[in-house]
Ligand binder design. Structure first.
Ligand SMILES: [Mg+2]
Length: 280
């Protein structure tokens, strides 16, 4: 584990995978200098992808929201989301019945190809459980947690159907000191109550890394040695990178800070190859 300036790391790799929240941006907007860094990565002939545990928007909508805060180097094909993995699963796996989703209408529009195949937890009555073939945890917004979690627990007690978690993040920072609870925590509560493990799609599970890497191979020949994963969260970005077999760099601009980085690494045992203050 080495402290290194991010700019010194860039030329050591042919491909960089960036996490989004806490790496490129925070609740305050763009990380200082992030857009110049992406530009410099491109100018050095290095490819990048953005791997995000976000199932609330399409890649096009994400690019737009990055542009709004001053990040104009990312195009939709650079983005890999946990929502894309969940969408692919729902598109290809033959599931019977309708899906219940916990999340916003917007997130559902992206995930479900056919209008009406997804029903919001708000519009679901427990008596209609026999029509339901799957449950999807998409977002922490768009429903009342207490009502939603009760409905889901009772549905899954009556009927065993696949449950999909499209974003495994437990928390996300909303200010310098405080965090908000993310979808993964809501799913974890239900998993704990029912003593079941659901199907997870975000980092640290490998489908997103595989997808991004396969996508790279279409534009040239790369090995995992050529790839650096950059993230702010040890148990998602960094653990996922380690499991996938690529080098990892932890930045201190999001979930992990310069103050808690040592305790975080010691207590989790998840050790990145590099620690950088920021990508900016
Ligand atoms: Mg992050």
């Amino acid at each position: 584990m080495k402290y290194e300036s991010f700019h010194n790391l860039i030329p050591k790799y042919k491909v960089i995978f960036f996490d989004s929240y806490g790496v490129l941006k925070t609740y305050r907007g763009m990380i200082d200098g992030a857009n110049d860094t992406l530009k410099s990565v491109k100018d050095q002939g290095i490819l990048f992808k953005v791997l995000t545990n976000d199932a609330s928007r399409s890649p096009e909508q994400m690019v737009e929201s990055l542009r709004d805060i001053g990040l104009d180097q990312v195009s939709p094909s650079d983005i890999v989301t946990s929502g894309m993995m969940a969408k692919d699963f729902l598109d290809n796996k033959r599931l019977n019945g309708k899906s219940i989703y916990l999340g916003t209408k917007n997130s559902a529009e992206y995930i479900f190809n056919e209008p009406g195949s997804g029903i919001s937890i708000r519009d679901y009555n427990v008596e209609d459980f026999d029509q339901i073939g799957s449950v999807v945890f998409l977002d922490d917004e768009g429903y009342e947690w207490e009502v939603g979690v009760n409905k889901i627990v009772n549905l899954l007690r009556r009927k065993v159907v696949p449950a999909i978690v499209a974003n495994s993040d437990l928390i996300y920072p909303v200010s310098k000191m405080d965090v908000s609870i993310a979808t993964g925590s809501i799913a974890l509560l239900v998993e704990h109550i029912l003593n079941r493990r659901f199907i997870h799609f975000g980092k640290p599970d490998s489908p997103m890394y595989h997808y991004a890497f396969q996508n790279l191979l279409e534009s040239g020949s790369y090995s995992k040695k050529d790839v650096l994963m950059v993230g702010d969260t040890l148990h998602t970005d960094i653990l996922g990178g380690i499991k996938f077999g690529v080098d990892t760099a932890l930045v201190c601009t999001g979930n992990t800070t310069q103050e808690n980085v040592h305790v975080a690494v010691e207590s989790t045992g998840i050790k990145p190859d590099y620690i950088c203050d920021s990508i900016g």
